[in-house]
Write a protein that binds this ligand. Sequence first.
Ligand code: ADP
Ligand code: MG
Length: 340
Amino acid sequence: MARIAQSFLKSQLFRSIFGGKKQPIKKITPATKPAPSRMSKPAPTPPKMQAAPAAIVKSYTLQGDGLLRSFGQGDHKTFAIKNVSLGLRKNEMNLLMGPSGSGKTTLLAVLSALLRPCSGQVKALDQEIWQMSEQALEQFRLKHCSYVFQGYNLFPALTAREQLEIVLKWGEGASTREARQRSEVVLGQLGLGNKMHLRPIQLSGGEKQRVAIGRALVKNPSFLFADEPTSALDWENGQQVINLLHDVARQRGATVLVVTHDPRLLPYADNVFEMADGMLCGEQNTNDLIDLAPAHGHGMNPSAAMPFGPHAAGGHSPVFQAKVRAHSPRLQLNDPAFKN
Ligand code: ADP
Ligand code: MG
């Protein structure tokens, strides 16, 4: 993440996503009033038990096909992702997991309209995004995509409220009054009602990440992309962020893709994609895992044997994780490009 995030922070692309420079004002479909969040409630609810019935087949809102991205030239050429194909649906929370250097951040950037692939296609809301002009891409990002990064990427000079307001003013052309009102609603839902006037330096890590999430939520995105959003947070703040990401998918109908090492996200995920060495090596629809789990534990409290829900030890269960590992098919990809 670090390399992409650092150069990204300085770029016009960054400003086009988070504001920071006046964009030509273009009215974009106004977001509706944000749905109430569980933020103010302390305890997480069991997400998997409320999942839609598996029989409902939904089409993909975001689809990558044959994606390949390299960096460098000649002897220094690195293939960060190699022939990756995957599909994501709305209302679902998808995790991208794998060791450091396996290509997760690169794949997220390619799928999220931030980094052009060397080959392959990304179809989002039935549009081939990498066929679009730069201007259309910028509009697509502004209108449909929200991003949450590990490093928060907040503007040092702006207050918490202003961080959200600029997204609405410069992204949607919202009036000062509307931007202020919507920003205050979202920050209030995030438990930051009394911190709206503070600048990043005056906020804790968890508070900064909540502001960053608020900035992602305030425009009601079709897609939310997050790269290791909980890695710099303590347990409680991490848990709040997980609940919020899950709410964005379930309550607001977004397609959520999260790069993470944090096993606490597993119980909230609909799909887990596993990467190794630039390839997708495992894909698991976790709804299937409910069927695989024993209906009752081996003489234990039934809820303790369930892989999901608040009774799972520590918010996630070793049983669940073992199932994810056991049921991740290892795909044998054979692309000549890998041999370069
Ligand atoms: P992950 O997020 O899984 O840690 P990355 O997508 O960041 O993996 O990186 C995958 C590979 O691509 C790594 O070998 C990394 O060094 C390389 N890479 C990523 N970004 C760049 C870049 N901007 N320039 C050169 N190499 C890069
Ligand atoms: Mg990364």
